[in-house]
Design a protein around this ligand. Structure first.
Ligand SMILES: Cc1ncc(COP(=O)(O)O)c(C=O)c1O
Length: 488
């Protein structure tokens, strides 16, 4: 715990909590910018990184001479860039303690309320920072507003240009789609909740994977449905069991995540997709297919065809989102379905929400025009992070059995003992937050599993695994005694 209290001490002294070295910052600043004077180009680039969240606030920047060496410029240039950042409230410095980033407008000397808590590494949340270019896209969106402000600003089906961009992306992926089939929501979760609202009555059977995405589980529970589960592992779905589940239970609806399943990372192949839709048709079930992380392939190789491509009678509702590809702060998701169902979704939405934000939708539209570059950037980032996390786990916790997901943001690891709950509690004391297996199950099982997200950079992940290893050793040293069963 020495490390943790060290972090706390540095936090109190305001000296920043994470560090970024000169080489890494130089890489994020990128190729020699054309803007002159050069110190301003560096300053603008660093302020952009802070605003985009790619360098979080409270990050300690390298010493001036280290950044100067990494950039191949004179120290004076970096001194001037840091001075500009200080003047513009992106940087605070203290003699002997260095310089750390802040968000302009946040209280000086205090960690920003948006900064990740210094002594706490959150591996429970699978949300990456914004992609490069978000700020530029938002600025373009703001410039375009003049074309919109004369109108009402309410687009209950979604902004037409965004519906177009989303439909076009399905066409590129091999699934013919018109903009009239796209209903834009405030995130995928809203799409899931609305679809459930229309398709599930209290007491209905809903088929879900175990483990699965907890907020979908919650939405189904709150709708009063009866949850039936089929198992999925990092190796995939037991198709015989899945077919049997449709035939026995004839669920009114099934919710599945065939692409880099959350949390196992499993990817359903083409034949399995065909069988899934065939069985849903036989059982007269609707299917919600959650494609929230579809665009986040890490390893090369063609992705299977979207499940909806096997649909012939409008029973598949595909839910998508820009949250993981672009940024969770852009609350833009959608449902792809038939035009009549789009109208029903729109009517259902009006009970609690009338439309999405125009600015967010314009920003998402711009970024989607660049989807291939963004996919490549995400894939590089995630491969680096995933491999760093796997390496650290192999070194420090060799008897854990982590999945090696081919995409998505999380890995699912098997523990040698069923201690996920106790370990998570101990882990929080060590300043790291994993997600315990039972969170992803319908019935409190899955104590042998943890989900770990790899959205943070390699050095943070290595630190997180050190803390997990300490928490694990503590958990094994003080096992929770199973309570004796009493039958009366
Ligand atoms: C499988 C899955 N579905 C839906 C969501 C919710 O996405 P959004 O932020 O777009 O509402 C998430 C977010 O973690 C997810 O992992």
């Amino acid at each position: 715990m020495a490390r943790q209290s060290g972090h706390r001490a540095s936090e109190r002294s305001g000296s920043g909590t994470r560090r970024i070295n000169g080489r890494l910052l130089a890489r994020l600043i990128g190729e020699a910018p054309v803007e002159r004077p050069y110190y301003l180009a560096i300053a603008h680039s660093v302020s952009g990184l802070v605003l985009d969240g790619r360098v979080p606030s409270n990050t300690r920047l390298p010493a001036e001479r280290d950044l100067a060496t990494a950039l191949g410029v004179s120290r004076n240039t970096v001194t001037a860039a840091y001075a500009w950042l200080r003047d513009n409230r992106f940087l605070e410095s203290r003699q002997g303690a260095g310089s750390w980033t802040v968000l302009p407008g946040s209280a000086t000397g205090e960690p920003s309320p948006f900064a990740p808590a210094a002594e706490h590494i959150d591996l429970g949340v699978a949300a990456p920072p914004a992609v490069e270019g978000l700020r530029a896209a938002a600025m373009r969106a703001a410039e375009q507003l003049s074309a919109h402000v004369g109108g009402l600003g309410y687009h209950p089906y979604g902004l037409p240009e965004l519906r177009h961009a989303i439909a076009r992306r399905y066409v590129e992926r091999g699934l013919p789609t018109t903009p009239e089939q796209i209903f834009v929501t405030n995130g995928a979760q809203q799409g899931i909740a609305l679809a459930l609202d229309l398709l599930v009555q209290p007491g209905d059977e809903v088929l879900m994977e175990s483990p699965t995405y907890p907020h979908a589980l919650d939405a189904v529970r709150r709708g009063g449905a009866r949850i039936r589960t089929v198992g999925v592992t990092p190796q995939g779905w037991d198709m015989e069991y899945l077919v049997d589940a449709f035939r026995q239970w004839k669920p009114g609806l099934a919710y599945l995540i065939p692409d880099f399943q959350n949390p196992t990372g499993a990817l359903m192949n083409d034949e399995e997709r065909r069988v899934l839709v065939r069985e849903a048709r036989r059982a007269e079930s609707h299917l919600i297919v959650d494609e929230s992380v579809t665009e986040l392939a890490i390893d090369s190789g063609d992705l299977p065809t979207p499940v909806a491509a096997y649909d012939t009678d409008g029973r598949v509702l595909t839910v998508g989102s820009v949250a993981k590809l672009l940024w969770g702060g852009l609350r833009v998701g959608w449902v792809r379905t038939t035009p009549p169902m789009v109208s029903r979704l729109m009517a259902a939405r009006q009970r609690f929400d009338l439309a999405g934000a125009v600015l967010d939708q314009l920003t998402a539209t711009h970024l989607l025009a660049d989807v291939m570059r963004i996919r490549a950037e995400r894939s590089r980032q995630l491969r680096r992070n995933r491999d760093a996390l796997l390496y650290a786990l192999r070194e420090r916790l060799p008897d854990w059995r982590p999945s090696v997901p081919g995409g998505g943001l999380v890995l699912w690891t098997t523990l040698p003992q069923p201690v996920a709950g106790a370990l998570s509690t101990a882990a929080v004391r060590h300043g790291v937050h994993p997600a315990a297996g039972p969170v992803f199950g319908a019935d409190g099982t899955l104590e042998r599993y943890l989900r770990l997200s790899y959205t943070q950079p390699p050095d943070v992940l290595a630190d997180a695994v050190d803390r997990l290893a300490a928490a694990y050793a503590e958990t094994l040293a003080h096992p929770v005694q199973p309570r004796g069963q009493l039958y009366v």
